[in-house]
Structures are given as C-alpha cells and as structure tokens.
Design a protein around this ligand. Sequence first.
Ligand code: 9WN
Length: 468
Amino acid sequence: MDHTRSDPTTSPVTLEMTAELWKSAANVLSINWINDHTVPSRLLYPHQWSWDTAFIAIGLAYVNPAHAWRDLRSLFEAQWPDGRVPHIVFDPSVAEGDYFPGPAFWDVPAYGSRPARGSTGLVQPPMHAIAAWEVYRRATSHGAAGAQQAIDELTWLYPRLVKQQEYLSVRRDAGGAGLASLVHPWESGVDNSPSWDAALSAVPADMRLLSRYKRRDLEVADAAHRPTDVDYARYVHLVVAYKESGYSDTQLARHHDFVVECPSFNAILGAAEMALARIAAVVGADPEVHLVRARRITSAIVDRLWDPASRTFRVRDVRTGTLSPARCVSGLMPLILPGLPAEHVAAIVAEAESERFGLPAQTGLPAPSYDRTAANFDTLRYWRGPIWVNVNWLLRRGLQQHGYPRQADELRTAMLDLVRRSGHYEYFHPDTGEGIGAPTFSWTAALTLDMLADRPATVPAALISAQR
Ligand code: 9WN
C-alpha cells in the first residue's frame, strides 16, 4: 500500500478560508436540527443517536448553546428507569421504513412518561458527561448570561449522568471487574470494526431471518461501504435475542451470544467519571467518588484489555476470556484517561505514530479506523479502514492530556485540512482523503467548530495526581 502523503495543503490557510469552514459547519448543524434534537444525517440517520448527541452538543455550544443543552436534555428525557440511555431515540414523525431497524422492530415497552416504541434497548459510549462539561466550560467563558443556564442544566443532568454510569459499570459488568460489557457491536459506536470479528463468528447468521426485513441503509448508501448481509444477519439475531430476554442484563455471559469489553467504550466510561468529578464540584456533589471510580476503571482496562505481546489495548471476549487479534483505533482510546500509566501512554503514542495508524507526520492524514498494514484493511467499508473525525478528536485530547502538543497540533491541522478539502462527511478514504458516507454529517461539523475554536482540553494537575 502506498503510504505517501496525500495531497497536503501547501497554501497557507487564510482567515477567509477559516470563516468559510466555520460557516459551513454551523450550517450543517442548523440543517440537521429537528424540533428538539439534531440528527446525525437527515437521509441515513433520521433519528437521535446517543453518542452523536454528545459530540454535536460540543459543537453547538459555539453556535447555539440553547440547542446544545436541549439536545442533551432530549436524549436524557428518554433514559430508561434502570439508567440506560438508549442508543437511538426515535422520532415518532419518521416512518418505520425510513431506518432499519426501526421502532417496531425493537418494540420497546412504554416506561415512565415515554410511549412504547420510543427508543432502542441498546446503549452507546457514555460521552455525555464529557460533552456537558465542555458545553458548560464554553458557556461560562462567555459572561453571566449563559452561566446560570449552564449551572441549571448541569444540575438537571448530573443525577442522570451518574445513573447512566452506574447502569454501565454495575448492571453491564458481565466480566466482574468493573468494566461495561457490550451486547451488540452497535453499542460500541465503532460498529463494523474488525475487533468484533472473532466474537461475532460464534453468533448465528440466519439469512432467512434477515430476508424478512429490508435494509434501508443499502437504499441510501453504497453497499461496498456498509456492513455485509452476513454481519447484518448476526446484528439482527443479537437484537432479537436481547429483545426476547426483555432487554435484561442478568447473567449476560451465560445467556447472550455476544458479550465483549471494548477499550474505547470503557476509556470513555472512565473519562466520563473524570468529567463528573468536575461537574460534581459545580453542582455541590462529592467529586471524590468519581475520581475513585475513574481510577478503578483505568486499572481494570490495564489489567484486562492490555496485550503485553503487541503492547496495545484489545477487545476482550468475556465468554471465552480471549483478546481480539485485531489492532483497531479503539485500542488507542485509553489515551484519554489521565491516570493511564506512563508505560502504556508511551506504547499507545508509538502505535499511533507507527505505519499501522501513521499520525499526520507519516501520512498527512488523521488515524484510520483500522491497522493500515492488516491484510483485510478496507479503504471503503465502515470502521474497517476509513478515517472518522470523532475518534481522532478523542485521540487529540489524549495527546494533549499526556504532553504531546506537537502530535496533537498536527492531528488538529490534518483533520481541519481534510474537512476543508472534502467537506463535512461521515468518514473519509484513508489514502485519498475523499469524503464517504453521509455528506452533511453532524459530528464532523460539530467537532470542526471545536477544533477551529481550539481550546486545550487538559485536566487540572490536581485531578491527574488524584489518579496516580
Ligand atoms: C447504527 C449514527 C451512527 C453512529 C455510529 C455509526 C453508525 C448506525 C448504523 O451511525 O451506526 O447505530 O446504521 O450503522 O457506526 O457510530 O452513532 O451516526
């Protein structure tokens, strides 16, 4: 494979170019706003997605803070009584056939004041405490007007965010070590990653079951970019099984066909506790409990997901106790944990800079979603090679956090160059930088705004030392 730099921008970025990029990003967020939430993309994803909402709120904070808070609130209004925050909140005005699997397929019962079929029963990475803190940080740096609203919103969100964390680290602790287990690849956010291949191969692929449904994604996106039918048959099987159990998390490792611990999901779980410690200090709660939890999650990630042979983090199959052989971008995400031991930090940075992920110094491009040198690296297919802005944005935070300002700056420049050149796409070709998937994708636009504003995202020294 040719790893040469892909058409780097040689001309300097002018103020006009920056203003243009800002305007186009703000425009994407404005066209994707519907009533009380932002959709990831009007055509491909016409409902509200959980971790998308968090990334989107971070960008909305710059252009429409009221929408940022409203978006987070809409999502948490759909929180289940057990604390889970659903991976999709369905818009009742969207037809069943406009997204598969839609509300009737999930058939979630009514709960609290929510009508039946209002959401899915899965979760996604708990990015929301991090987002709430970022929206608050932005609001309070801009005078008293937004500050009171920000405190009120944080106060409303805090107990709900805590409940979300407790659901994930207690009810979903199928492995017994304090990490959240995932019951479906869709829960990871990095859905079609090769990380799941080994564990998924044990899941029945019933093509007759799949043939009863119509894959809407293949009508609005290129089949060569999307998961295969065999993958979809397994996805459908897992949802049907979880639904038939009443979306119960009891004895998951014994009863469910797919139970995995993901380094990226759990790194976000740990980083969310760090954000909650800061939110707790604002709303008059105890930060200490969150610092303790963040420390525990960090140690559990190191103990259970670190592969000393390859010096990378991997996905653990809880049912078999084995680590996935695939080296994926999710393995770099524990860098966002401020308490990650120095040895692991150095190894992740080396992995990120290696020819496998080739930070911009090597390729001129942000990190791909999968090891460039792997035989099954796929430049087009979902999470099996293409570049995604959200995971690179997290990687940049990790680099900033652990004292790698040059690499963090280069990554920011590479992401902004990519979006300026190709547009606010859902993801990008890892060799050419060409945009792929949905062309006006909300989190790409939102995180572009955040990177243009360029506020360092470091955790104060006192909180870091509490982690060591
Ligand atoms: C399934 C909405 C979501 C993202 C995920 C991304 C993709 C959905 C799909 O789109 O997943 O949830 O249909 O493939 O993988 O990260 O949240 O943008």
